[in-house]
Design a protein around this ligand. Structure first.
Ligand code: B12
Ligand code: SF4
Length: 568
């Protein structure tokens, strides 16, 4: 097996989550990952492909998935067995703050001469604090690090001027931190993510370890993939660390960089050679203008792939666009996040549209043959009281009635958790939006992740909901929505019962943990570990619902993979 020049490691949120009693809460109910957030950043694949083109061998190791899949998997043993002059760890999502540093320590324990590079959105926000950890040699900042990473690899392996690498923060031999300007922020992405899906498959074959390349634990059973349309965002949802304002402040990006519609359509085509699973086209395709959306839909329509496509809308859409979506991507799914039923709350979040416009969009989508319209509501927003959250559930009932129990309309709700994103407008100006930040620093987030329940991990409260209310309101809303869906026949009786059982047990554990914390006898936590683990790892009803029917989803035969390996 060839020795890599760089190994990219994806950590679990908390190391070692398997030995701790932590009630993670409904933080990952609506995404494919478990609460360990085992999915590695798509950027890993992009970095790997770019560096390979520059002549470096790059291997991805998803430690989080390996630890989840096998309770006996020894992460330290694997890290020790790896050999590479450079290791990279993502601190992209802040919930990995604990795991990322612990895995970094492990790398340096066993490979003191290797260099350690940290990157990702949260690393960019906390780059200065990261140098408080002596294991960290470099932090690569920004939303686009492929080219700076190439230059850094040249420096490390061939010798060069560290001062000249854009976006790099680094430690000199005396241990002092230096910071190069965050100047590499390209608006053209033409040479990035060219064949990245093919590349991932080829690498998995080269290192004979599909397990390390799996994006999340259940991927082989539910092989959903994602295709990016851009870097950046045109919107300003106040809680989002990937908003236009956050990109400006944290990553020096003043406008999004869009991939060409041809590149997006090409990705869809290539993925369809690997899997028949659903493909999520990330980002509203109208962000670069209606013309872009029409061109992309035209290309997708010409391709007529068999994979189901999931499209996203940031705001309501015209009947014409929805019709085009239906024609180009038959049986498509649509995702919209109105956040609240109350336009005043929605407005405070940075979304400016009415319920009428929302309902017209749902209607238009159903008419256009949309197979499912997923609606996402959130808890922990400005001006949102516990009653307002329950009114949102009532509104979900109104929608199910309005569309006469059409099973294609699927509302979901989840708390804003575990963290208000660093870099978001609400994080940077909490008082302006009615938020109270309970802690800000990286180390404080690391420690909060070790708290026994998600209620204590939350880094915020609002003027209208304290942490305890956020947790209780979330479980109450989940119970009510579950019952509502059961009564409308949107979910089966068995699914509703299983979900009710899981939510009630979670609530019971929340209270038990509160009692244990109040008594100061944390050693008692181990007595409830089995139940807490069961709640954490049994997939939420929402997650199952979000999965499109899998009867026809299959990984394409190995022959196809082989053809990719051989570059055909
Ligand atoms: C697509 C997306 C997802 C996808 C996952 C895609 C993926 N696997 O990467 C889904 C929907 C599953 C998702 C889930 C979550 N997401 Co998300 N997501 C996004 C979104 C919309 C786009 C990100 C993107 O595609 N970037 C483009 C790709 C190519 O680049 P990249 O992966 O960021 O990598 C580049 C750089 O970041 C950097 N980099 C990344 N890793 C590393 C590592 C090293 C060593 C180096 C040097 C560089 C580096 O270099 C890369 C290449 O240039 C952003 C918002 C936005 N507008 O950007 C939020 C965002 C990143 N997500 C966020 C959050 C909070 C989450 C969740 C925790 C939410 C939750 N509670 O469920 C989960 C975590 C899931 C997990 N890990 O298992 C926050 C992160 C805030 C923060 N600082 O913590 C963001 C900013 C906004 C938001 N709230 O949604 N997400
Ligand atoms: S949550 Fe809002 S600001 Fe953040 S990426 Fe999505 S649309 Fe953009």
């Amino acid at each position: 097996m060839p020795q890599p020049d760089l190994i990219l490691l994806h950590p679990p949120t908390v190391y070692d989550f398997r030995n701790k009693t932590i009630l993670y809460g409904p933080i990952s109910d609506l995404i494919p990952s478990s609460p360990i957030f085992e999915m590695y950043p798509i950027g890993f694949v992009s970095i790997a492909e770019y560096l390979e083109r520059a002549g470096y061998r790059v291997r991805i190791v998803n430690l989080a998935v390996r630890m989840l899949r096998d309770p006996n998997f020894d992460a330290e043993k694997l890290v020790k067995s790896l050999d590479s002059p450079v290791f990279g760890i993502d601190l992209h999502w802040l919930p990995h703050a604990h795991g990322a540093i612990e895995i970094g320590r492990m790398v340096k324990r066993h490979h003191p001469k290797s260099k350690l590079v940290i990157g990702g959105f949260s690393a960019s926000c906390y780059y200065k604090e990261l140098f408080h950890y002596p294991e960290v040699d470099y932090v690569l900042r920004g939303d686009t690090t492929e080219e700076p990473f190439r230059q850094l690899m040249d420096c490390i392996l061939k010798g060069g001027e560290t001062e000249a690498v854009p976006n790099l923060a680094w430690r000199d031999e005396k241990g002092e931190m230096h910071e190069n300007p965050l100047s590499y922020v390209p608006n053209e992405l033409g040479d990035l993510m060219v064949h990245y899906y093919d590349h991932t498959v080829q690498s998995a074959f080269r290192y004979r370890d599909l397990a390390n390349y799996l994006p999340f634990q259940r991927w082989l059973r539910y092989p959903i993939t994602a295709v990016l349309t851009c870097r950046g965002c045109t919107q300003n949802c106040i809680f989002c660390g990937g908003s236009a304002a956050a990109f400006r402040q944290m990553f020096n990006r003043h406008r999004p960089a869009f991939r060409l519609p041809e590149a997006v359509a090409y990705d869809v085509k290539r993925i369809s050679r690997i899997t028949r699973g659903p493909i999520f086209i990330l980002g509203d395709i109208r962000q670069a203008g209606e013309g872009y959306a029409h061109r992309l839909l035209q290309l997708l329509g010409e391709e007529r792939g068999k994979n189901q496509l999931i499209l996203e809308l940031f705001t309501p859409a015209s009947g014409d666009l929805l019709k085009r979506m239906g024609e180009a991507c038959p049986g498509f799914c649509l995702e919209i996040s109105p956040e609240s039923h109350d336009p005043e709350v929605r407005e405070a979040v940075g979304k400016h549209y009415s319920n009428d416009a929302l309902e017209e969009t749902i209607e238009g989508a159903l008419k256009a043959g949309c197979q499912r319209v997923d609606l996402f509501f959130m808890i922990g927003l400005p001006k949102q009281t516990p009653k307002s959250v329950m009114d949102t559930i009532d509104y979900c009932g109104f929608l199910l009635d309005k569309f006469q129990g059409d099973k294609r309309v699927s509302p979901f709700i989840a708390p804003l958790s575990p963290f208000l994103d660093p870099g978001s407008l609400a994080f940077e100006h909490p008082e302006r939006y009615g938020y109270r930040l309970l802690f800000r620093g990286l180390e404080e987030h690391r420690q909060a992740l070790l708290e026994p329940s998600w209620k204590y991990t939350l880094n915020y409260e609002t003027e209208w909901l304290d942490r305890h209310q956020i947790a209780l309101t979330a479980y109450e809303a989940l119970l009510r929505l579950n019952r509502l869906k059961a009564s409308h026949g949107s979910i089966s009786k068995e699914m509703a019962e299983a979900s009710e059982d899981r939510i009630n047990t979670a609530l019971e554990m929340l209270h038990r943990i509160d009692d244990i914390v109040a008594s100061g006898q944390k050693e008692q936590l181990s007595q409830i570990k089995a139940t807490v683990d069961w709640v954490n790892m049994s997939p939420a009803c929402g997650k199952k619902e979000l999965e499109l029917p899998t009867a026809f989803i299959k990984l394409r035969p190995l022959r196809t993979l082989w053809s990719l390996v051989r570059g055909r």
